[in-house]
Design a protein. Structure first.
Length: 256
């Protein structure tokens, strides 16, 4: 269990501390107190027991329940996250890790990397000796989506430059039963709108079944009567891309 968060910064802004009551329950002394944590009122308690005298004048006390709690963080879709600005990592995406934190305290969790982001999660830890589970939902950032959208558009435009019925390595094509006269001309009439979702493997992201429309114009000669006509038709297509984010935040795209 990591001790990386056992420092003053993990406490947050603790103010207006006020003793509420002291109770002897027959086993321990329960010290209950009120406070404000980042401006929000709260209440907690410590369990302590008498531990002798110091210099014959001062009572000494020790905790019977540790003031340290455990924060269990599950980062979804990527192992990395930050806690109060400290960069941390679990053993893998969707794998829970545990960190000791002081109570009362507040821990701000988030993910900010080149292509991924998350909502900010503020976790209040107010009860000593407790386990506090929390998840950080990592998703594709706007920058990631915009860059992949640009890659998709460029890829399709290059596909449309190929003057063949079935552009090589492209998601669309057209079959004719007559003889082709001249060269086919492709254009993209509707580019797919990219969304990016987590894949099944760690570090993998997918552009799932993004639908678009191409258009083909080509002159053909009938094998039946020799007449010449022009085909001008829309061709629907979809694409699925697999995207892997490397450890150095570089991106590898694999058009399926």
């Amino acid at each position: 269990m990591s001790e990386q968060l056992l420092h003053r910064d993990a406490l947050g802004d603790l103010s207006d501390i006020e003793l509420v009551e002291v109770i002897d329950d027959g086993r321990d002394t329960v010290v209950r107190y009120a406070f404000k944590l980042n401006g929000v009122p709260g209440e907690s308690h410590f369990r302590v027991t008498h531990d002798g005298m110091r210099l014959g004048l001062f009572n000494t006390w020790r905790f019977t329940v540790s003031p340290v709690s455990v924060l269990e963080v599950t980062p979804k879709n990527d192992a990395r996250f930050s806690a109060n600005g400290i960069r941390l990592s679990s053993t893998g995406p969707d794998a829970a890790g545990t960190w000791q934190v002081l109570s009362p305290g507040v821990v701000t969790l988030e993910h900010r990397t080149a292509y991924l982001t998350s909502d900010t999660v503020d976790v209040r830890v107010t009860e000593p000796g407790t386990l506090v589970p929390v998840a950080v939902e990592v998703r594709a950032s706007d920058r990631f989506v915009a860059e992949v959208q640009s890659e998709v558009d460029s890829y399709l435009e290059k596909c449309a430059e190929q003057t063949v019925l079935f552009p090589t390595g492209c998601p669309f094509g057209y079959t004719v039963s007559n003889r082709v006269e001249g060269t086919p001309a492709w254009s993209i009439s509707e580019f797919p709108v990219v969304t990016i979702v987590p894949g099944d493997e760690p570090g993998e992201w997918l552009v799932p079944n993004a639908a678009g429309t191409a258009r083909i114009e080509v002159r053909v000669r009938s094998l039946f009567d020799g007449s010449v006509s022009t085909i001008d038709e829309a061709v629907d297509f979809s694409l699925l891309w697999s995207i892997t984010i490397q450890s150095d935040d570089s991106v590898h795209i694999d058009p399926d």
